[in-house]
Design a binder for this molecule. Structure first.
Ligand code: 5AD
Length: 349
């Protein structure tokens, strides 16, 4: 399997389906490490040896949806449910700000009680209190009007993974009533409104084939998202997918590198799911071209309850309180953490 395929991808930011399939399936270790190297080199040339930090605040584990893979799905009666109050979130931000963080990511299930008016109040106060910070939302599907109001209130970025572009596969991961088409429409709306928009997939989700992944890559090329989230699927014991195999670190890292070569300017996190599997974790992600990490800023008493999958890493260097540890880990591979806002380089702020 020729390394020149990797060079071709680096030069053209695209490959044929056949070449992508080769890269995703080759067992030639030299090609794989060359792919990581080129991914890393492109990230270094665009962003330098900096890894941007985002403070992740998990605002609620209530969810109206019932996705088969997710530990906080509506049907899971084992979850101890919590929702942060407005004041709780502001306290998390204050702690994050004091630690030096300049991006806050509000992530949560689709909780009907944290409705649009509640969110607008929160974003408005965050914007007033922290004019120098970026506000990222990861709160699922909303109406175009709701997205517009959130943007107007001061939110800058929105993360919404499409999970899989293939409609049949989408139907295997989600119950009836959830629509692949609406999800894609949401992403187009977010871009149109001017959010820095993130999408992405779970790698190795049940039923996923390499052909599905190629469709995901084509969608990503077409959407040109500012952020791309790629993490391995990890089973959660109290979901219909409890007994399914986890995705692999290997395929996740290949996809990070491929996405880096396709969209050199994208912000690509080394995700918590990646860090939760045995292996090089976050460092491996950075060495394949990722340039963001999202340490956990949620109140520590609730962190265990925000379990999308089993054995989630949420303490130590995964936590905002462990930034020092993170700095030391990154130093061992020649990287520094950056506390800047870290907007997408092509966007005017
Ligand atoms: N394993 C890995 N990732 C998961 N997510 C949800 N459930 C799991 C799981 N079991 C991911 C989804 C979602 C993001 C917030 O977390 O991709 O978009």
């Amino acid at each position: 399997m020729p390394q020149c395929t990797v060079d071709l991808l680096a030069t053209n930011h695209s490959l044929s389906d056949h070449e992508l399939l080769d890269l995703l399936s080759t067992s030639d270790t030299e090609t794989i490490s060359y792919l990581h190297r080129r991914g890393r080199e492109v990230a270094l040339s665009v962003f330098g040896n900096k890894v941007y930090l985002r403070g992740l605040i998990e605002v609620s584990n209530f969810c109206r949806n019932d996705c088969y893979y997710c530990g906080i799905r509506r049907s899971n009666r084992e979850v101890s449910r919590y929702r942060l109050s407005h004041e709780d979130v502001m306290l998390c931000c204050a702690e994050g700000y004091a630690l030096g963080l300049r991006t806050f990511v509000l992530q949560g299930g689709e909780d009907p009680r944290q409705n649009i008016d509640w969110l607008i109040d929160l974003v408005t106060e965050m914007r007033q209190t922290y004019p120098d910070c970026a506000i990222t939302l990861s709160l699922g599907e909303k109406t175009p009007e709701e997205y517009r109001r959130l943007k107007a209130a001061g939110a800058n970025r929105y993360l919404l993974r499409h999970e899989t572009f293939d409609a049949g596969h989408y139907g295997e991961l989600h119950p009836e009533g959830m629509s692949r088409d609406y999800r894609i429409e949401c992403l187009r709306t977010l871009k149109e409104i001017g959010f820095q928009t993130g999408t992405g997939i779970m790698v190795g989700s049940p039923g996923q084939t390499l052909e599905h992944i190629i469709k995901d890559l084509r969608f990503i090329q077409d959407l040109q998202p500012e952020m791309i989230g790629l993490g391995p699927f990890i089973p959660h014991h109290a979901t219909p997918f409890a007994d399914r195999r986890a995705g692999t670190v290997d395929l996740t890292l290949r996809l990070i590198a491929i996405c880096r070569l396709m969209l050199p300017h994208a912000l690509i996190p080394a995700t918590t799911a990646l860090a939760s599997l045995p292996g090089q974790g976050r460092l491996g992600g950075i060495l394949a071209g990722a340039n963001v990490v999202m340490p956990n800023l949620s109140p520590s008493s609730f962190r265990k309850d925000y379990s999308l999958y089993d054995n989630k890493a949420a303490f130590g260097s995964e936590s905002a309180q462990g930034i020092r540890m993170l700095q030391e880990q990154f130093a061992t591979i020649g990287y520094e953490v950056s506390m800047e806002r870290g907007d997408h380089p092509d966007i005017e702020v």
